[in-house]
Design a protein. Sequence first.
Length: 337
Amino acid sequence: MALSSLNHPIENDIPSQVLIDFPDNRLMIDLCGEFDRNLTAIENKLSIQLIRRGNQIAIIGAEENRQDAVSVLQGLYQRLEMGRSVELEDVDRELRMGSASQNSEAMQKNQKEMFSSDRVELKTRKKSVEPRTDAQKAYVRSMLAHELAFGIGPAGTGKTYLAVAVAVSKFITGEVDRIVLSRPAVEAGEKLGYLPGDMKDKVDPYMQPLYDALNDFLPGKQLAKLIEEKRIEIAPLAFMRGRTLSHAFVVLDEAQNATSMQMKMFLTRLGEGSRMVITGDRTQIDLPRGVNSGLIDAEHFLRHLPKISFNYFTSKDVVRHPLVAAIIDAYDKGADR
């Protein structure tokens, strides 16, 4: 890739621009995406204009934004050179993480080495998963390095999704013999009444987000077989009492809705060769008034213990629709008044 800067207008009233050469036309097509959708995403995020000219892309806009665009485009192109695809989520990840780490000349010279060594990737049967923010990357690394990790933050930040991805990755490589996923069966602010069917029919609606994550990582038939063989278990928190979970990857989701006694009970299930991840959002507690959240108590009691990591997310880490981050910020500001 060659980079050049033009400090004079190429047309009337057009500000300074930067030109990037991409020697491989095939890779450049993949870089731009179908109907240039990847370029459009970069333009919208950085408030710049990107113009394709043969094997070049002209970047027009404010100098700081041009520099960010150069870093993002170079990072995505190097991803393609390594034989990997570029989808919109990869563009989003590079926009969130790429420009901040690639500013100096020395870093740019070794960019390819940095890209391969700094990248965190989780392989599952259906797809590879990569963190899309710095907080997500730190969270994944802490789950890989610690036997007990907490992920605390607002909805849409990938806490549960990444925890299940790590669980499936470790299960596939044989590092654990089974996966145990649990949630408190607490209604979100409304009484649903008695549900029909057997016990599985009654609790499955509460567990659906965990099934959704698993379906993203494992083929349907294989997932059904693993659940039937009890090598993957999805169960309400109340069903964990009295068990010792050995050689398992254990995830407790929506932990803010566990009571203090339930949280202590669950944490003490940790057995030999197991890893445990606790996820929750302190702003979405659905427990009855006057009942302490086990997540908040665990954070208070355990934060200074060694070999336990606490990872925090903010609205900046939301990877759902952009409006979700704005909604979270609006509610946070309202709560502060």
